[in-house]
Design a protein around this ligand. Structure first.
Ligand SMILES: *Cc1c(COP(=O)(O)O)cnc(C)c1O
Length: 637
């Protein structure tokens, strides 16, 4: 036996298509196999098309047109697509994608499985359930008791989290309304019914199943009768939320006004003290809390919420007030990072052992601060959340469209399922999950089995632990730290007689690095924002020259409307007055997810940084010229 180790550079096609030979060979293999699969089906059947047919003018013509359309598509794609694969792209949270997933997708797509129903996807439904179990194990869930499945993305995964929370939290009220079930909640007030813990409600659902009343009572939940205005209470969601939470409240009929926004601190994590104060105030007012959300990897800042504090708070509310609520973790962006903490047995490592391993295997070298204690504790506590959103198409390095949702207690599926029987009870009887009809237990219907195959294949090659995804994600984390360090210490960039200072928004929790350019001596926040917006425009697809651009990034505006006064902390550190902040109420920033596996070599990174500074200087010069021209035009007019 020899120990197999995984080489990160062998996982990707590479920024210069370095692994092209292998890639082509495997794509050819996939296509060949499929062609034979068809041809070998009932060899006694004669071909249904003859060479004569294939030489008919309209037949040839159709093929020529097919070729023409594909050539047209290819030229469109090559002209305006975004080169995610390159280290010159540091923007949204996607980078080069895993070869194994790309090829697994193409290979499977040819067989066209539909994971809506097992009968339409005998192979890939199994793969989806296996991939779901992998994710549950990564989050520290008991794989026997939990379940996870693939969605089109984090948006739909969040919808599903709200969907189960909503139906679950309305079950006790439904029980109280059913003649033959109401004894189960005898003596409880409406307030008490609305404040039950998810586990207690699921235990009641077991009792209903025993009495064969489950379906009748379920019809009395909001699923059957609809949501009564505000009845289920509030959803506490951090201000750093992705906008899919607003959509979710809309789609699920809960209503956006029933979101209670939780302020964030200077690290863009939910502010614990305020979160606690808001929660206790709601309880004291008698307002039920339907659910609380923690974000692991905020979309704009990559911040990791104190999930441990949310879990602790819930326990405290249960003990002190008899009030509980649903907890969902939105880890669309950061979910796969939990693999950084797991050993080969999926055990969450002790802090010191973890750091020792990082150093021994050069995953996180000396001089890089990761993980901060708070980040470590946040990831650790994810195992206690009721459900978790995670996007394989973000930090899982898998191509679109691959999201996922995991649920700690799979009994919860019956609250949303459209299956005649209880989904997993039947499955357990059969010994395996043969009968799971995904389409009737999840939000979506027909969906690509190819996605399931892509995620499954990635997990087989790149295990969800420190020696698998840990190595891949670790590269980005290290590079992000180096990048943030460079920005913190960067000497001003001099263009003519003007000087521009670069600084990061904060030290990243993960691998998103936000930063701005500030002209030294400029007191106007509005001018600062304009400069950074222009910088984005010249460093992005909106420059109109994506393929020839030297550097590409993304951007966002941190505004008072979404974040309260938190962005003021950065504005102040950049030397803007409070008056400027009150007037402008937003800070425009550049936003770089550093996911590339390609800048992990210290010397390589030094060279990259030197080159990037030169690019920045050139871009600033370009903006100054542009502004001078605009000023002249104004004068002329
Ligand atoms: C990206 C993201 C989403 C939405 O996921 P999609 O895959 O784009 O649907 C939700 N929440 C967070 C925190 C995200 O970063």
């Amino acid at each position: 036996m020899f120990k197999t180790t995984m080489n990160v550079d062998a996982l990707f096609l590479g920024p210069k298509s370095e692994n092209r030979e292998f890639f082509k060979e495997m794509v050819d293999y996939a296509v060949d196999e499929h062609i034979h699969w068809r041809a070998d089906f009932h060899p006694e059947d004669a071909p249904l098309l003859s060479p004569m047919d294939q030489h008919q003018p309209d037949f040839r013509n159709t093929l020529y047109r097919t070729e023409g359309i594909l050539r047209q598509l290819s030229s469109k794609l090559k002209t305006t697509s975004v080169p995610w694969f390159s280290p010159r792209y540091l923007g949204h949270m996607n980078a080069d994608t895993l070869m194994v997933s790309n090829i697994a997708y193409v290979m499977t797509m040819l067989y066209n499985p539909n994971n809506c129903a097992h009968e339409a996807s005998p192979t890939t439904t199994e793969l989806e359930l296996e991939a779901g179990r992998d994710l549950c194990a990564m989050f520290g869930y008991d794989v026997q008791k939990s379940w996870g499945h693939i969605t089109s993305g984090g948006t739909v995964a969040n919808y599903e989290g709200v969907w189960v929370a909503r139906n679950l939290k309305s079950l006790p009220l439904a029980i109280a309304q059913h003649e033959k079930a109401k004894d189960l909640v005898a003596g409880m007030s409406e307030k008490q019914l609305l404040n039950m813990s998810p586990t207690a409600i699921l235990d009641l659902s077991d009792e209903l199943k025993k009495r064969e009343l489950f379906e009748e009572v379920r019809a009395l939940t909001v699923r059957g009768v609809g949501v009564k205005q505000g009845q289920l209470g509030k959803f506490l969601v951090p201000m750093s939320k992705h906008y899919s939470w607003m959509k979710a409240m809309d789609v699920m009929g809960i209503g956006q006004e029933h979101i209670v926004p939780l302020p964030v601190d200077e690290n863009y994590r939910t502010d614990v003290e305020t979160m606690r104060a808001i929660t206790f105030k709601l309880i004291e007012e008698g307002t039920p809390i339907l659910g609380m959300v923690a974000v692991v990897g905020t979309t704009e800042e990559g911040s990791i919420d104190h999930v441990d504090e949310v879990i602790k708070l819930r326990r405290e509310c249960e003990e002190k007030y008899g009030v509980s609520f649903y907890v969902h973790v939105d880890a669309a962006y950061g979910g796969y990072v939990r693999s950084m903490f797991l050993d080969e047995n999926s055990k969450f490592m002790e802090y010191d052992a973890l750091i020792a391993r990082y150093r021994a295997e050069d995953i996180i070298p000396e001089g890089v601060t990761w993980p901060k204690r708070a980040v470590y504790e946040g990831f650790k506590a994810m195992s206690e959340a009721d459900s978790i959103t995670v996007d394989p198409h973000k930090a899982g390095f898998i191509q679109y469209a691959a999201g996922a949702v995991c649920m700690k207690d799979k009994r919860i599926v019956d609250l949303i399922s459209y299956h005649a029987a209880y989904v997993f009870e039947e499955a357990d009887d059969a010994g395996e999950e043969q009968n799971v009809v995904l389409g009737s237990s999840i939000m979506e219907g027909s969906k690509a089995g190819a996605t399931a195959a892509a995620v499954w294949a990635a997990h087989r090659l790149v295990p969800l632990n420190v020696s698998g995804y840990g190595k891949v994600i670790g590269r980005g984390i290290v590079t992000a730290d180096w990048f943030a360090q460079k920005l913190s210490m960067a000497k001003p960039i001099v263009v003519g007689n003007r000087r521009f200072e670069l600084r990061p928004l904060m030290h990243p929790d993960f691998h998103m690095v936000n930063f701005t350019f500030k002209e030294i001596g400029n007191p106007s926040l509005e001018d600062h924002n304009r400069l950074n917006q222009r910088m984005y425009e010249v460093c992005s697809y909106s420059s109109g020259r994506t393929y020839s651009n030297d550097f590409l990034t993304s951007s966002t505006s941190l505004a008072f409307d979404e974040y309260g006064d938190t962005p003021w902390i950065y504005a102040e550190s950049r030397g803007f007055s409070r008056r400027e902040w009150d007037k402008t109420q937003s800070v425009y920033i550049l936003r770089a997810a550093v996911m590339t596996h390609f800048l992990r070599d210290p010397q390589g990174f030094e060279d990259y940084w030197t080159n990037l500074r030169a690019i920045f200087a050139e871009k600033l010069g370009h903006i100054i010229d542009m502004e001078a021209k605009e000023a002249n035009q104004l004068k002329a007019a």
